[in-house]
Design a protein around this ligand. Structure first.
Ligand code: FAD
Length: 462
């Protein structure tokens, strides 16, 4: 085959535009270039790297069944990719390379260098649209990027409707099945394979089951961490294990089946947030450089207290819902969205620790860690971001706990030492109960900490 599909963050055979389009021109082969040192610099977690490696193995096996060759090469950094790719192309007599664009700055720079190098050497380069649901810029009438989600979303909805197209078919067979060994790269980390799926067919089935059984109740139940009401598809969406057309197609299908209106479906709206944050990275390049969207917030003097930060990381703050959330993250690599907001608000507003520290810890621990969504979520919580929570809105962990974990079921699961407490007591144990149960006392006084944070933001305005 003289055509090469270069996979990066679209690790799938189904609904893969690069594979489908390249194959129209003849036989293909598929390549993945691992950059473990770059990933480390990007704080990619062990869990995510473990799932990535397992996903690549799945791809390799599935391609082999179709007689398509898959190669995995390893370099250190993105900067090493252009020459590694060129060498591969020369050795394998590749005439054209197909890949999908990405939105984060380092990735875009890498691709510019790759494109230049390939073109200089007379190799064709097909840089296809990125993996967003709406991959073209979503702009206001003045041709400006949106800074507020709701109007962005309205425009996005109409554009999505215009662009609704069937998913791309998986690749056709190219010949006899090839025999291949399992791929076990040395950069692969550990992940909970009792919780997370590595086979594409299982992931697609999970998507279907979710849309069939849970779309309807999603709006009412999505905020309760003890209920399995959200899709938990994020690790797969992060690695591009499901394509955007497949997502839309499945939503449309099951909405029709249940007489739901797909256009304003609440779950689809979450996928719009994903697009929104990814697209922000192309419009506002400072976001890629550890800068807040609101530059004035860089004047805040954050608290450098090491033991506060460690208590938060370890789930030992003395605030049960925060601790349960952090322990869920540490044990499973995933955290419920409501709790990500609670935990992030706690770190940035109540401990008043720099959002960048929380962002980094999340990336280093999450199995679904994705720069755009994570940065967006942290800046939203810290009130430093685009369309962020207003600074005076500080989540009250006890109220959040009482509201979204009313029976304390979620807390009991992840903070078992508090199980003896009643549904009423479990959200804020007394000093005596903490002592008796071996649970830490609160690291801060909520009211005082909240006021201090608001004062600090108020001062910025003067
Ligand atoms: P569902 O409720 O089933 O939503 C479906 C999908 O929509 C998700 O899988 C995800 O791809 C997307 N999505 C949902 N909410 C958001 C959102 N607010 N922003 C962007 N995309 C969204 N999501 C990540 O994928 N990676 C991250 O690193 C990440 N870090 C976050 C950090 C903070 C501080 C916050 C507040 C949110 C973060 N999120 C992140 C967004 C969100 O919490 C997760 O996507 C969601 O919890 C994943 O669970 P789910 O698949 O069951 O979601």
């Amino acid at each position: 085959a003289s055509q090469l599909v270069w996979l990066r963050n679209e690790l799938r055979l189904d609904d893969n535009p690069a594979i489908a389009q390249a194959q129209q021109g003849g036989d293909i082969q598929v390549l993945f270039i691992a950059t473990p040192k770059q990933w480390q610099q990007h704080d990619e977690s062990d869990a995510k790297l473990g799932l990535k490696a397992a996903s690549l193995n799945d791809i390799c096996q599935n391609l082999a069944k179709k007689g398509i060759t898959f190669s995995l090469i390893t370099v250190d950094y993105f900067a090493d990719v252009p020459s590694a790719l060129l060498t591969f192309c020369e050795e394998n007599k590749i005439a054209s390379v197909w890949f999908q664009q990405e939105t984060a700055l380092d990735e875009r720079r890498r691709d510019e260098q790759v494109t230049q190098k390939l073109l200089e050497n007379h190799i064709e380069c097909h840089a296809l649209e990125s993996d967003l649901m709406v991959p073209v810029p979503v702009l206001t009438q003045q041709q400006e990027p949106y800074k507020v989600f709701t109007p962005y979303y309205r425009r996005w909805q109409t554009m999505l409707e215009d662009r609704a197209r069937p998913p791309f078919d998986e690749p056709a067979k190219q010949g006899k099945a090839i025999k291949v060994e399992d791929i076990k790269p040395d950069w692969a980390g550990e992940y909970r394979n009792d919780l997370w799926l590595d086979e594409e067919s299982d992931i697609l089935q999970k998507l279907q089951l979710f849309c069939q059984k849970k779309l309807k109740d999603y709006p009412d139940k999505r905020d309760y961490p003890a209920m399995p009401a959200t899709s938990t598809l994020s690790p797969y969406l992060t690695l591009g294990r499901i394509g955007p057309r497949r997502l839309l197609h499945t939503i449309q299908y099951y909405c029709a089946e249940q007489n739901l209106h797909w256009q304003d479906n609440d779950w689809l709206r979450e996928l719009a947030w994903r697009d929104f944050y990814r697209q922000l990275l192309t419009h506002f390049s400072e976001l890629n450089k550890e800068k807040p969207f609101k530059p004035e917030t860089d004047k805040l003097t954050w608290n450098d207290n090491k033991s506060d930060f460690e208590a938060w990381c370890e789930g030992k703050t003395g605030f049960p819902i925060v601790d349960a959330a952090m322990r869920q993250l540490n044990q499973t690599g995933w955290m419920h969205n409501r709790l990500r907001m609670v935990a992030a608000s706690f770190l940035t507003k109540l401990l008043f620790i720099d959002w960048r520290k929380g962002e980094k810890y999340f990336m280093q621990t999450l199995i679904d860690g994705e720069f755009a969504a994570n940065n967006g979520g942290w800046q939203w919580s810290a009130s430093t971001g685009c369309d962020a929570a207003p600074y005076f809105r500080v989540f009250n962990p006890q109220r959040q706990s009482e509201k979204f974990d009313p029976d304390g079921e979620f807390i009991r699961h992840f903070v078992p030492e508090l199980s003896p407490l009643s549904a009423k007591q479990i959200h804020a144990p007394t000093t005596a109960q903490c002592k008796e149960l071996g649970y830490p006392e609160p690291v801060i006084d909520y009211k005082k900490a909240r006021q201090q944070a608001i004062n600090a933001f108020d001062e910025l305005k003067q």
